[in-house]
Design a protein around this ligand. Structure first.
Ligand code: FAD
Length: 399
């Protein structure tokens, strides 16, 4: 059973169905993709950093996974989007020079990113990615759930999960309804009572995207573009530009000020573009499920009581081999905290969860392998264990 029918949950469902499992996906909303994954369009591109840090490495692998699952669907017109490339605008000559310099220092395939000078008023100077583009999340969610072994059940808010050792099954409770499952994956996004219940440290980060009716204003670019925000070609008659970052606001309402902020980001890259009347903008608010280290939470969920007993209540500075091995809840996984980049992480997450469920362990690989490092970087227990190991826990209070 997968709890949550957004990008994260639908990807897990598709990958597990392809692995031969029968999957039930439940969501509190009547239809899939009603929360963060409901925006008309979002960008897909690598995350470049000057030191090619662990986040860049993770999102590079995440992007490859997205390609493995989604590229053919886009090619065949089953998912709305375009993965044929993307320009990331650079606003100043200084940015251009810095990017040119550190791109030559990075050990990344030359063919997938290059610096290009401005070629026209609506093609400003920037980085041009070859393996990048944009996707419409609702159409991707819909396609991912479209499999004979996947059943969707909407209008069911999960209130509690209880493990029954006798039947080796989870009982999933919602009001008077109880469902059973051999394995459960929590993919509940930013706003969910299950996040607190299972100590998943998710920070909801409000964002607003703006939609412009094509009839009111022609699309100002030749393709999708990343800038201080991003802008994509029309979907269902609306082109999309966004997005704001509005923490700690948790209201569900769109605002004129946020539309103006989105429009200004686009106007900064195309100065000659006349700002359309803000009254013509429509839009949508969503909450990104973010984490403190800007990486998602992926994998089997550690048993919190065991973590307390075996580690947090013990001295933090013993040699690693002196501690007992981590224990996990039986048959319980999470694909969470996909933040502002879910399109580049949910398919990698789904593949790793599949491998863990099926017992295809990366332990066979060298302990220093990239996969092991990425598993550790997104490990669900890291927010409790890292501060303890560094001696930064006061008492045993955890967040
Ligand atoms: C404004 C904005 C712009 C963005 N732009 C981009 C972009 O350009 N590129 C990109 O890659 N990403 C982008 N993102 C991020 C991306 O949308 C998210 O990472 C992704 O949608 C998260 O998917 P999810 O499945 O984890 O969460 P969600 O889509 O929120 O899905 C979680 C689901 O769980 C359900 N649920 C929660 N609790 C329960 C419960 N107890 N019982 C049953 N169901 C429950 C909810 O109803 C919901 O349907 C953007 C996000 C926002 C908000």
């Amino acid at each position: 059973m997968v709890i949550g029918a957004g990008l994260a949950g639908s990807a897990v469902a598709q990958v597990m169905a392809q692995a031969g499992w029968l999957v039930t996906v439940v969501d509190q909303a009547e239809q899939p993709a009603q929360a963060a994954s409901g925006n008309l369009a979002g960008l897909v591109h690598p995350l470049l950093t000057a030191d090619w840090n662990i986040r860049s490495q993770f999102y590079w692998q995440g992007l490859q996974a997205t390609w493995r699952w989604v590229a053919d669907w886009v090619e065949q017109g089953q998912v709305i989007g375009d993965l044929s490339g993307l320009r990331q605008a650079l606003l100043s000559d200084e940015d251009l020079q810095i990017s040119t310099k550190w791109l030559t220092q990075l050990d990344i395939p030359r063919e997938w990113v290059r610096v290009e000078a401005a070629s026209s008023a609506n093609q400003p100077a920037g980085l041009v990615y070859r393996q990048a583009g944009w996707l419409s999340p609702p159409s991707l969610v819909q396609r991912a759930l479209d499999h004979p072994s996947i059943r969707f059940q909407g209008g069911l808010e999960v209130e509690a999960l209880v493990w029954h050792a006798s039947s080796q099954q989870w009982h999933i409770r919602s009001g008077a309804t109880t469902l059973n499952a051999d394995a459960v994956v929590i993919a509940t996004g930013a706003l969910s009572r299950l996040n607190q219940a299972w100590q998943l440290p998710i920070r909801p980060l409000k964002g607003q995207v703006s939609y412009m009716n094509q009839q009111d204003c022609p699309y100002p670019l030749t393709g999708a573009m990343a800038h201080q925000g991003y802008t994509t070609p029309p979907v269902n008659g609306y082109w999309v530009t966004g997005a704001t970052f509005e923490a700690p606001d948790v209201s569900q309402t769109t605002s004129l000020a946020s539309h103006q902020s989105n429009a200004e980001k686009l106007a900064a890259v195309i100065p000659d573009w006349g700002l359309p009347a803000a009254s013509l903008w429509q839009g949508r608010v969503g909450f990104r499920p973010t984490t403190a280290d800007h990486l998602p939470i992926i994998g089997a969920l550690p048993d919190a009581d065991w973590v307390e007993k075996a580690y947090l209540s013990q001295p933090h500075n013993k040699a690693l081999f002196q501690y007992p091995a981590q224990r996990y809840h039986p048959a319980l996984w999470v694909s969470q905290g996909h933040g502002a980049r879910g399109l580049m992480s949910v398919w990698w997450a789904a593949e790793r969860i599949r491998d863990q469920i099926l017992g295809v362990s990366s332990a066979a690989a060298d302990a220093e392998s990239e996969m092991n490092r990425l598993d550790a970087a997104v490990h669900p227990g890291r927010f409790r264990l890292r501060p303890w190991r560094k001696g930064q826990l006061s008492g045993h209070t955890l967040c």
